[in-house]
Design a protein around this ligand. Structure first.
Ligand code: DX5
Ligand code: ZN
Length: 217
């Protein structure tokens, strides 16, 4: 599991000690800080903001991603890049000109990602895959941590795995990633996992120990 990307879902962190959380997660050996940005319209929740991205950026040299669960992200992408994000995920369900927005992220020399909801087909995004450095499969309905893994998404994941060679993207799974899900899907060929309450947060073990156990799955 050394080459698997572990991406702590920072919406699950303790905001009473955010800097300490970031440093402990960094020292625990996580790979990408995953920042869920929600606008209360595209998804029925509001979570992190620009100031949180700046705080994370200030406290780690690791990659920082922004998962934009917001309507019409095109004219907001630069806010998150300027705040320090290295990877920007947009949802094709929320954007009229997806290719244009992905191209803009790459013009800013950042990594471009597509995140797709459980009800969005792989076929509907195939034309955009050549612009993607990352493809994120939502295995829960976006918006909240602590939900149940949606089993039928595994069919989409295997389709995406078969196309990986052709396009060169990395596959990241977001939603209810428990140790057993991580083990099963990494064996299938997934590259990384968003770690929230199913694997990392609100456990009675230090992050370093949890990440070590996940690396040894
Ligand atoms: C879901 C969020 C993730 C994740 C949280 O919208 O993008 O942060 O589900 O992890 P879990 O599902 O393990 O609590
Ligand atoms: Zn997310």
């Amino acid at each position: 599991m050394d080459n698997i990307l572990f991406c702590p879902s920072m919406m699950c962190a303790d905001y009473g000690k955010l800097e300490q959380e970031i440093k402990q997660l960094d020292e625990a050996g996580v790979d990408i800080f995953h920042c869920d940005i929600m606008d209360g319209s595209f998804v029925p929740n509001i979570t992190m903001g620009i100031m949180d991205i700046k705080t994370i950026r200030k406290n780690t040299n690791k990659l920082v991603d922004c998962h934009l669960m917001i309507e019409n992200p095109a004219n907001k992408v630069d806010w998150f890049i300027d705040a320090g994000a290295d990877i920007i995920y947009i949802h094709p369900e929320s954007e009229r000109y997806v290719v244009k927005t992905l191209a803009h992220i790459k013009e800013r020399n950042k990594y471009a990602g597509l995140a797709i909801n459980p009800d969005t087909s792989i076929e509907s995004i195939e034309e955009m895959l050549n612009l993607c450095d990352y493809v994120m499969i939502m295995t829960v309905n976006p918006g909240f941590a602590g939900q149940k893994f949606i089993e039928f998404t595994k069919k989409k994941i295997s389709k995406l795995i078969h196309m990986k060679e052709e396009y060169g993207y990395k596959i990241i799974i977001d939603g209810a990633c428990s140790p057993s899900v991580i083990k099963e899907l990494s064996c299938m060929g997934c590259d990384g996992f968003v770690l929230g309450t199913s694997a990392l947060f609100n456990k009675d073990k230090p992050y370093r120990q949890i990440i070590l156990e996940l690396r040894n799955l």
